[in-house]
Design a binder for this molecule. Structure first.
Ligand SMILES: [Zn+2]
Ligand SMILES: [Zn+2]
Length: 218
């Protein structure tokens, strides 16, 4: 399993980065990104520690660990600048918390994240046609999520993204030890999103594209 959107106690998750990685490794993951909530107040505090942890975890637990961020509540016009700063600090997976039905972020977040060529636009419940078209052009992956609340728009997101040839990925957005991906959870999420179970192989391949950019092969 591959999951490129997770949280630790460095933001609002419950697990330490080491506990999270050990938990998912033990449950069959081959790759995970740690993507805690980051903004201008904490980027320098969080990213270097996650980069260091990822290196040690990879050397010891035989799992690919990618340091990342989930940019959240960033004023849309600043997204393109903070993406560059996060990448310069060592973030390999830049996720933006998209315009979702369950937590309001500024209007314009989706389009500005896509223009900034982030890796993943997370749970973008309000994804528009124009946004999906540009996501396809910029190869920004659109997230289907297992997370309660955000997941109510999965079907709408999947239809819009697929109709405009934007690539989908499946992530958990996990905050606790019980929310990792399982075969059952994948099957249930795909069914609710109107996708066939086979479609997981397409989404996994799309996640691997993000991983492979950094020279890792799985
Ligand atoms: Zn989010
Ligand atoms: Zn999240």
């Amino acid at each position: 399993m591959i999951d490129l959107h997770t949280h630790t106690f460095l933001s609002d998750g419950e697990l330490s980065p080491f506990e999270l990685v050990y938990t998912v490794k033990y449950n069959g993951y081959v790759a995970v990104a740690i993507t805690d909530h980051v903004d201008y107040s904490n980027m320098e505090l969080i990213i270097p520690g996650v980069v260091k942890a990822a290196k040690i975890l990879m050397e010891n637990y035989d799992i690919l660990v990618l340091p990342g961020v989930e940019l959240t509540y960033i004023p849309p016009k600043l997204i393109k600048y903070i993406v560059i700063e996060c990448r310069n600090l060592g973030s390999k997976v830049v996720v933006v918390h998209g315009e979702t039905v369950s937590e309001t972020v500024p209007v314009g977040t989706n389009i500005c994240a896509i223009r900034a060529c982030v890796d993943i636009l997370a749970h973008p419940g309000y994804l528009s046609e124009d946004e999906a078209i540009l996501a396809a052009e910029n190869n920004v992956k659109i997230e289907i999520t297992t997370r309660r609340g955000h997941n109510v728009t999965n079907k709408k997101i999947a239809e819009m993204a697929i109709s405009k040839k934007a690539k989908l990925v499946l992530n958990t957005d996990m905050h606790t030890s019980k929310q990792f991906l399982t075969k059952e959870l994948i099957a249930k999420t795909l069914l609710n999103a109107g996708l066939s179970t086979d479609y997981y192989s397409v989404m996994r391949k799309n996640s691997l594209e993000i991983v492979n950019v950094h020279g890792y092969s799985l």
